[in-house]
Design a binder for this molecule. Sequence first.
Ligand code: C5P
Length: 318
Amino acid sequence: MNLRQNESKRMVLAPAKLNLYLDVFDRREDGYHELETLMVPVRLCDSLTLEPLPLQDRQTPRKIQLSVRPRWDRSAPLDRSRSVPTGSDNLVVRALELLRQRSGCADGARLELIKRIPAAAGLGGGSSDAAAALKLANLAWRLCWDRQRLCRVAEELGSDVPFFLYGGAAICRGRGQLVEKFSSNAPIHFVVVMPAVGLRTVDVYQRLDEQTANQPLRQRFARGLESANSLSHALRRGALAEIGLRMCNRLQAAAESLLPWIELVRRACAQLDFVGHQLSGSGSAYFGVCRHRRHAHRLATILRTRRLGLVLVTRSFS
Ligand code: C5P
């Protein structure tokens, strides 16, 4: 964990993620879809600072106070679907309330969240913030819970939250909460393009269901030749051409039908020599894999001239 601390405050970086592989299978009885995904954390990070507020009179639980400071790139106009909740519906506050409920701890916390990861982008910003909050409170409130125990709270908050508790690249299965880490030390360089408009995960999954409703069960969400395991081997070897071949995102067509902007970016990326390019998660952020840092900056400069949205260069966070 990327932790900085002094006597009263602890600060942790909460990285965004990119899905290099996302296959979706049938809807489960709990309403979620079974999936297999390979995710890589990247250096685009929020930061979360926590100052504990210890219980004073043994009666009244202390408050959980959150202030959010957006640090958006000024060149990026963001619509209201991107605004981050600051009150009790922020995932950071929900994470700490749930942790208090499960642990019986009545201490409070004063939190400051610096937001750089846009919401509704498929970059996992809210989930990463929640995982950061669980890690910080576990230390600050001296709970000493192991990761498995924290993960049980994390998966109640969202399918991607356990991934961020583990840190590093991983393959996730189930509804996303079953995390299998793998080591991938070779840095990967990315260009990420973000539109002004976000997409809600629930809407994209619903559109996928509509698009596949009339297909025979055997053909729905059919597993391709690619698999997350082969991609993880390619990543470990730094075999870029194979990474490009094995990338896939089963939610992309559904997301494109909700937001035609994605098709525009896909077409723009297809004209450039990316190793591979696709939507991250349920979108709306779109990214390309590059051969090295200079390659990423060159392609980002070209994409910026197309005025498709905010264009960032980032790399994997190992
Ligand atoms: O778990 P999370 O809160 O991130 O999921 C948001 C929504 O995305 C769910 O309510 C569900 O509609 C959809 N989803 C799904 N299958 C998954 C993950 C998410 O259908 N494995």
